[in-house]
Design a protein around this ligand. Structure first.
Ligand SMILES: [Fe+2]
Length: 219
């Protein structure tokens, strides 16, 4: 069964693994897991339109169209090909009421593409259109001027930035990444993202431990 998006993502993973030695192993994990991805129940293998109106969020209403228009590269093309199939959710419901996290959650959303039937991070608020218990792949849209504080998770993570320039923390180091940037976080590495004056649109892949719930680091 050839799912066009999964086929295109597999080719992208292979190319990324060949392009950057740092990505060879994680892209091998992703490519292998993609051979076992299936559409979610009730979804045709080659959907022509979303089966239901997907959930959305205020940050998506405000910034997604501009970010899509600005998106670059093969990752941008992959996002454009799947964005109408996904639903958007807000992470960290367990931190609601904490002022910095309320501000972040009002200006940040993610959309599972490949994941479990019940999305753990949002408490089941959204579902992935394609299923895997080995990897978690999706989109992130972070609005301008949004501080996503330092956090950790066991999952090994790769981000492909398609739009928006932001400040990125990895461990104790900060750097700037913009469109075309690729960020690879090993398991348990502390990281943070602070957007500037543009929305940040990314494709992400967790290639291990896809059921993790990230934990904010306060010190
Ligand atoms: Fe992360």
């Amino acid at each position: 069964m050839a799912i066009p998006f999964i086929k295109a993502l597999s080719a992208f993973a292979a190319a990324e693994g060949a392009r950057d030695p740092d990505l060879a192993r994680p892209m091998g994990l992703l490519g292998d897991a993609l051979t076992r991805v299936v559409p979610s129940a009730g979804r045709p293998a080659q959907p022509t339109q979303p089966p239901t109106q997907p959930p959305t969020q205020p940050v998506v209403e405000r910034h997604l169209s501009d970010a899509l228009a600005a998106a670059v590269g093969t990752a941008g093309d992959l996002i454009a090909s799947v964005v109408d199939e996904v639903g958007w959710a807000v992470p960290y419901p367990e931190y609601a009421g904490e002022p910095d996290m309320d501000a972040m959650r009002a200006n940040y959303s993610y959309a599972p593409i490949i994941g479990s039937a019940e999305d753990a991070i949002s408490g089941g608020a959204v579902a992935a259109p394609y299923l895997s218990d080995e990897v978690f792949v999706g989109l992130v849209l972070q609005g301008p001027g949004c501080d996503y504080p330092s956090h950790v998770h066991k999952s090994e993570e790769i981000f492909w930035v398609t739009a928006g320039t932001s400040d990125w923390q990895m461990g104790d180091q900060w750097r700037v990444e913009g469109p075309g940037g690729v960020i690879h976080h090993g398991s348990g590495v502390r990281h943070a993202t602070v957007t500037r004056d543009e929305p940040l649109l990314m494709l992400f892949a967790w290639v291990t431990d896809p059921g993790c719930i990230p934990v904010i680091v306060r010190r």
